[in-house]
Design a protein around this ligand. Structure first.
Ligand code: FES
Length: 103
């Protein structure tokens, strides 16, 4: 695992997600309450982009934009059907204005 700079924190609005490409893999990064969460961008049900999903800041989860499965931002676990497999999570953090993940 290595620290990879993926962009700036300005690219990720509060309570929303943005998709970055890291070494050819799409990673969705979310910002809630100033903290960053990184998940594989592809929904485990049918590959929809989780970075385009709606964030529930109170429940710390994102809703898949295609069929609505909820994924936990901290663990990547699928909380609701139709997804039942987790997605990978990565440590994400800000250093100044820069955004990093452990990848
Ligand atoms: S593609 Fe995500 S729930 Fe179906």
């Amino acid at each position: 695992m290595a620290s990879v700079r993926i962009g700036t924190i300005a690219a990720v609005p509060e309570d929303a997600g943005t998709t970055f490409e890291v070494n050819g893999r799409k990673i969705a990064v979310f910002r809630v309450d100033g903290a960053f969460y990184a998940l594989d961008d592809a929904c485990s049900h049918d590959d929809a982009s989780l970075g385009e999903g709606e964030v529930d800041a109170d429940e710390l989860c994102v809703a898949c934009p295609r069929h609505g499965a909820l994924f936990d931002l901290e663990t990547g676990k699928a909380r609701t059907l139709p997804a039942y497999k987790p997605v990978a999570v990565y440590k994400a953090w800000a250093a100044g204005d820069e955004l990093f993940i452990e990848y």
